[in-house]
Each structure stands twice: as structure tokens, then as C-alpha cells.
Design a binder for this molecule. Structure first.
Ligand SMILES: Cc1ncc(COP(=O)(O)O)c(C=O)c1O
Length: 393
């Protein structure tokens, strides 16, 4: 049955992890990984998460199935967080999903069901799993310009020019904040311009919200989502709790559907649930139960915000540290984009050959296009890293 299968090449990032693991140099640096790391190189479990897990262990009475949409308390707490307001309007509904990736997949299945001829526009570049997920459902993929790699900044003019040509009814996939892989986000004023075009042209926004709270405050990071939710007819929001709760492998997330009216929302939601039924029957519970306990308890919620702020501040601090170390070396290389970008990722601004050279010569590992995870930087390795960068430039 499977004899005609050829070997699927390994995911480049997984290959990089193996190469880094097998590198015997003690001063090697891993900037490729897609998770947060603290100053000791560990990906910690948040204290509030541990506490919520103890609570669940002590109090949970059953592991019986939950419904297709997951837990209502989790869904409403997440909806309030994502939209930065208490929603009572039946135009909105949120369901529990197995992380952000499944939410994206369910949303695209839904879109494909509504139109066999659908085009989804993604930023160039975008997260390396977006296009494979879109391809797996069989929708058409188009790209809108996003990043000016010469000046290491958002290419807002070209982005707007393209949005102004996207046909009505097409879907545009946007990153709510902490754009992966570039870290460059539109400013609030730029989001207003983007939203106006989306409304005017009747484009459907599909927002990937994987990093809320890692750029600025939770509310500031919800700016684009809140703005669009108040203006557009329809929109989908795929959210993840992997990064802001550190729950990666526990698979916690949501899909939020914004519809023109309560009736279409109810109908759309029923189709979403049908997709969920055939995909995983019911969503996994543990991570979402942890998040629900935290968000629905004021004391834990406040402590979570403090822990999340520490994550965000470490990312900002490491960005500043690398920028300073590069400035101290007085090269012509302008690294100021590192402190203008948000979240875990940035394009360093080096070529693919320089990425290879840094790996081979200096044991510095990053994705082929020069995406770095700033959480891999520490006070101990920043000078080695800056020397390596200057050496290959
Ligand atoms: C932009 C973006 N979207 C979605 C995800 C999916 O996150 P998860 O499925 O782990 O919740 C990620 C994870 O790296 C991401 O970077």
C-alpha cells in the first residue's frame, strides 16, 4: 500500500535542532528554536500554571468527554482576552482548539467549505507552517509584500498597494502582533489604514493571534483584533496559549468566529463543530482547563500577567543587549531593527550564506533566512554572538 512513498524531507527547523544537539562545541548558540528560553536556557513552566495544575489534580472529578466546542468558561474567558472586552453579542462565538495550529486548520477547512475557489493571502514572509496548512486543505495561496529586507522594516507602502488590489471576498491572513518570522508589526495608525481598506474592499480578515502579551500589554496587543472586530462583517481569529502561557505541548487555543449577525454565527459555528467532530472529536482539555482556572481567578490572573511581563521584558532586554553589543563593535551594520521588532523573532539581516557560515564556523544556529529567536540570547553568550555576526558580515 505504501511502497510508492518517498521520504519526506525533514522540517528544516527540526533538522537544525538535531544539528545543534550533535554539535560538541561548548560555546554553541541556539537561535533557531521556536520556544521561549529564560536566562539559564530553560523553557520554564509558569508558576501559575503549576498552581492551576495542582488545583486540577486535587479537584477534577472526571475525565469524561467535554462537548465539541470545549469548555464554556474557558471559551468566554479567552474571548474577552482576545477581543479585550466583555462580549455579550451573539455575532461572536469562540470554541476550544488543540493549540493555534489546529485552530488555523479548522478555520481554513471552514472557509474552503464555503467556497471551493477561495484565495488566502499570506504575508511574504510568514510563519513556515502557514502555507503547508493552507496547502493541505487545498485553498489557493497568494502573497502580499510585508517586509523590506534591505532596510529591515515593514514595507507598508507595498503592503497597502497590494491590499488595494485584493479581490472582494478573498481572505487575508494577518499576524495580530509579534509577526513571525520578522517581529515587525504595523503601528496602531497603520492598522487603522489596513482595516479601512479591508472594510472598503470587503476582504475577510483571518487573524493569527499566537503571541498576545509578548509585544506590549495584553490590551495593546489586542489592538488590531479589537479594531477589526468592531468594523468588519466577518472575521476569524485563531489564538494560541502556547507562548503566553508556556503550554506548548499541552495544546491550548481557540477559534473565534465573528459573523454579520447572530443567526449566521450560529449556523457557521455548527459547521465548525462538524469539522471538529471529524478531526479530533473533542478538543484536548488539560491545557485549556489550566488557562480557564487562571483567567477566571483574579489573583491567579494578576500573577499570570506579572509572569508574562517577565517573559516579554526578557525578550526586549535581549534585543537591546544584542543591538548594544553590535553597536559597540562599531561596524556599518545597522541593527536598530532588533529593538523596533516585537516578540521572540527577528530577521537578523544577514544572507543565507552568512547563516551557514555562522553555523559552521561559530556554532551559531538560526533558520536559513536568518530568523533568530532572541530568547536564545543570554548575558553570557551575547558577546560571542556579536563577534560571530561581525565576523561573517
Ligand atoms: C505565527 C504562529 N501561529 C501559530 C502558531 C501555532 O502555535 P501552536 O499550534 O503551538 O499553538 C505558531 C507557533 O509557533 C506561530 O508562530
Amino acid at each position: 500500500m505504501f511502497e510508492d512513498f518517498s521520504l519526506v524531507p525533514p522540517d528544516p527547523i527540526l533538522k537544525l535542532i538535531v544539528e545543534h544537539k550533535n554539535d560538541s562545541r561548548t560555546n554553541k548558540i541556539d537561535l533557531g528554536v521556536g520556544v521561549f528560553r529564560d536566562a539559564t536556557g530553560n523553557t520554564p513552566i509558569m508558576e501559575v500554571v503549576k498552581e492551576a495544575e495542582h488545583y486540577l489534580l486535587d479537584t477534577q472529578q472526571s475525565k469524561a468527554y467535554i462537548g465539541l466546542a470545549g469548555d464554556a468558561d474557558f471559551n468566554s474567558a479567552m474571548q474577552n482576552l482576545i477581543l479585550d472586552q466583555n462580549i455579550t453579542d451573539d455575532r461572536f462565538s469562540t470554541i476550544q482548539t488543540a493549540g493555534g495550529s489546529t485552530s488555523l486548520r479548522v478555520a481554513i477547512e471552514l472557509m474552503r467549505k464555503s467556497s471551493k475557489d477561495l484565495t488566502v493571502w499570506v504575508s511574504e514572509p510568514t510563519w513556515n507552517n502557514h502555507i503547508p496548512i493552507l496547502d493541505s486543505v487545498g485553498v489557493k495561496v497568494a502573497k502580499y509584500p510585508y517586509y523590506d529586507a534591505v532596510n529591515n522594516q515593514l514595507d507598508f507602502e507595498k503592503l497597502i498597494e497590494c491590499l488595494n488590489k485584493i479581490p472582494s471576498g478573498d481572505v487575508v491572513l494577518l499576524h495580530a502582533c509579534c509577526h513571525n518570522p520578522t517581529g515587525m508589526d504595523p503601528s496602531p495608525d497603520q492598522w487603522k489604514v489596513i482595516t479601512d481598506i479591508i472594510v472598503k474592499r470587503n476582504i475577510i480578515p483571518f487573524i493569527d493571534n499566537a503571541y498576545q502579551g509578548l509585544a506590549n500589554s495584553l490590551s495593546e496587543d489586542a489592538f488590531a483584533v479589537k479594531l477589526m472586530a468592531g468594523k468588519v462583517r466577518e472575521m476569524l481569529i485563531a489564538s494560541s496559549c502556547s507562548k503566553n502561557f508556556g503550554l506548548y505541548r499541552d495544546r491550548a487555543g481557540t477559534l473565534t468566529i465573528v459573523s454579520e449577525n447572530a443567526k449566521t454565527n450560529l449556523h457557521t459555528r455548527s459547521h465548525v463543530l462538524k469539522i471538529v467532530r471529524t478531526m479530533c472529536s473533542v478538543p484536548p482539555d488539560h491545557g485549556c482547563a489550566v488557562v480557564s482556572h487562571i483567567l477566571n481567578n483574579d489573583k491567579l490572573r494578576n500573577r499570570w500577567i506579572i509572569e508574562l511581563n517577565a517573559v516579554k521584558n526578557r525578550l526586549k532586554e535581549m534585543r537591546a543587549l544584542l543591538n548594544q553589543a553590535l553597536n559597540d563593535r562599531a561596524t556599518e551594520f545597522d541593527s536598530s531593527h532588533l529593538i523596533k521588532a516585537n516578540g521572540m523573532f527577528s530577521y537578523l539581516g544577514v544572507t543565507a550564506e552568512q547563516v551557514q557560515e555562522m553555523k559552521i564556523k561559530h556554532g551559531v544556529y538560526m533558520e536559513g533566512a536568518g530568523r533568530i529567536n532572541v530568547a536564545g540570547i543570554t548575558k553570557e553568550n551575547v558577546n560571542i554572538l556579536a563577534d560571530a555576526i561581525v565576523d561573517v558580515l
